[in-house]
Ligand binder design. Structure first.
Ligand SMILES: Nc1ncnc2c1ncn2[C@@H]1O[C@H](COP(=O)(O)OP(=O)(O)OP(=O)(O)O)[C@@H](O)[C@H]1O
Ligand SMILES: [Mg+2]
Length: 307
């Protein structure tokens, strides 16, 4: 039995401009114990899919189950299996951190949960803020509380919708260590993030969404193999000629070309020289998940639908 199963899920929002299809036949399963990444550009439908999973939004069509429980027909059982860290910062400003976690425990009928609450506070760097009022916390600290709230009932399936947005580097590392440990202990993890190096490091498999459809789904290692194998990267001081610029990824002074062979790399460098430009800090690196992501999003047709 998969931990999460999405079966032909579609969602159409009604808007002032008419119906808007945010999800269009999304189907895939996440196995028990997997660390699964759901990636996609802004507006691809990631949060919509998670809201349907968490029972916060209703699918227009299709079916979703958590550990075999239908999220609509069997809402209470399905919800109990899930710990969801929402993308939006929502919290009750009147409670302290510890009170908020105790109340959340109460929702799930857990009365003596203080030992686990203390462990969560410790692992999420919140121990010294336990008695602070929620409104006294910084943005990154509020996000940590959301993570703690999601984990308070030790759910077998953990869903994180951009948990590290606005979180500093040190805490991101502690957070990932903690989540990875829970995953090792058998918890299933579904993660969305725009930090692709985090997804590359953590996720066993990855699905990519584009305008409400799955356009890639595979093991992370297979996705990485599919990329143009190398990337030529250098800095220049003036503008590249149009013809070259069209093939490059440009960030300020940094220019990157996907390259499949040494010959291609030589050709790019020769073209830059012929254009009268001087390439500095030239390096060749292996393609990473960000390169794969950009390739997949630029492709007109789905690249891979292996399930
Ligand atoms: N309540 C709503 N009513 C109408 N349209 C909505 C609603 N919620 C989301 N949408 C639209 O559905 C699409 C998918 O939104 P969603 O929030 O799922 O994207 P996302 O992949 O989570 O993006 P991001 O990376 O920015 O968080 C967007 O075009 C969004 O504008
Ligand atoms: Mg979102």
């Amino acid at each position: 039995m998969p931990a999460i199963s999405f079966q032909s899920v579609s969602k159409t929002y009604s808007t002032a401009k008419g119906p808007f299809k945010a999800l269009d036949g999304v189907s895939f399963d996440i196995e028990e114990g997997e660390f699964f990444g759901l990636l996609g550009p802004n507006g691809a439908g990631k949060t919509t899919l998670i809201s349907i999973l968490a029972g916060l939004a209703r699918a227009t069509g299709g079916r979703v189950t958590v550990q075999g429980h239908d999220v609509q027909a069997d809402y209470a059982q399905a919800r109990r299996q899930l710990g969801v860290v929402p993308q939006e910062l929502v919290f009750d400003p009147f409670f302290s951190v510890r009170e908020a976690l105790r109340i959340q425990s109460g929702y799930f009928g857990m009365k003596h949960n203080d030992a686990w609450i203390d462990e969560l506070l410790e692992n999420l760097g919140l121990a010294d803020k336990a008695d602070a009022n929620m409104r006294q916390l910084s943005g990154g600290m509020k996000r940590r509380v959301l993570v703690a709230q999601a984990l308070v009932h030790k759910p077998p399936v953990i869903v994180l919708d951009e948990p590290t947005a606005g979180v500093d580097v040190e805490l991101r590392q502690t957070l990932w260590q903690f989540i990875a440990r829970l995953n090792k202990q058998g918890h299933t993890v579904l993660l969305t993030t725009h930090y692709l190096e985090e997804a590359e490091a953590l996720c066993h498999r990855i699905a990519m969404l584009k305008t409400g459809r799955v356009v890639a789904l595979d093991r992370t290692s297979e996705l990485l193999k599919s990329a143009s194998s190398n990337v030529l990267r250098f800095k220049i001081d003036s503008k590249l000629p149009r013809q070259l610029a069209d093939m490059a990824r440009i960030t300020g002074r940094i220019v990157q070309f996907p390259a499949h062979s040494a010959r291609e790399i030589e050709q790019y460098l020769a073209a830059v020289r012929e254009a009268g430009l001087h390439a500095e800090d030239v390096e060749i690196r292996k393609a990473d998940l960000e390169d794969v992501f950009l390739d997949v999003m630029a492709a007109e047709h789905p690249l891979r639908m292996a399930v």
